[in-house]
Ligand binder design. Structure first.
Ligand SMILES: [Fe+2]
Length: 170
């Protein structure tokens, strides 16, 4: 997010700016999730990334519905935070070594992504309510719930890998 050239005069400006940021983040994730799925060794993790890809495409579509209702374009904003997270993910995608350990690394990145999105959608939902836009708030809440469930699902998969893997604690 580049704030230097922006003018933020109202909460509505913040709402639009944050919508554009998360829109970029979601689109970056649509590109990154197939790579995470390919890199995952655990079939459960692979399936989890694939299922979240379908959800993420729906998240993009929901944001487009909000932009359309507001009569604004999604803009060319590039979310630098997501660029950084995706770049850190590449370290694990390209890594060699123990597959279980690499899977746990992929999950660590994916959970950081989910927490970034949870923060973004939580703020956006609160702003939508404040700006008297209940239909946007409803769409944002649906996505927020799905991100939170994905985060919990990832925790469960990591725990199963840790319990079953050769590196488990005795
Ligand atoms: Fe999402």
């Amino acid at each position: 997010m580049k704030l230097l050239s922006l003018k933020i005069n109202s909460l509505s400006d913040v709402f639009i700016q944050e919508l554009r940021d998360i829109y970029s983040a979601e689109n970056q994730l649509v590109d990154a999730l197939p790579k995470l799925a390919d890199a995952a060794s655990s079939l459960e993790l692979k399936a989890g990334f694939e299922a979240h890809l379908d959800q993420t495409k729906e998240h993009v579509a929901r944001l487009e519905r909000i932009f359309e209702a507001l009569g604004i374009d999604p803009g060319g904003e590039s979310c630098e935070a997501m660029e950084g997270l995706v770049s850190e993910g590449k370290d694990y995608i390209g890594a060699e070594g123990d597959p279980d350990s690499r899977d746990v690394g992929l999950i660590a990145i994916a959970q950081k992504v989910e927490h970034y999105e949870i923060a973004g959608y939580g703020t956006l939902r609160a702003l939508a309510l404040h700006l008297n836009n209940p239909s946007a708030a409803e769409l944002l809440e649906q996505t927020l719930d799905e991100e939170a469930k994905t985060d919990q699902k990832l925790t469960g998969i990591a725990e199963r890998i840790l319990r079953a893997g050769p590196n488990r604690a005795e």
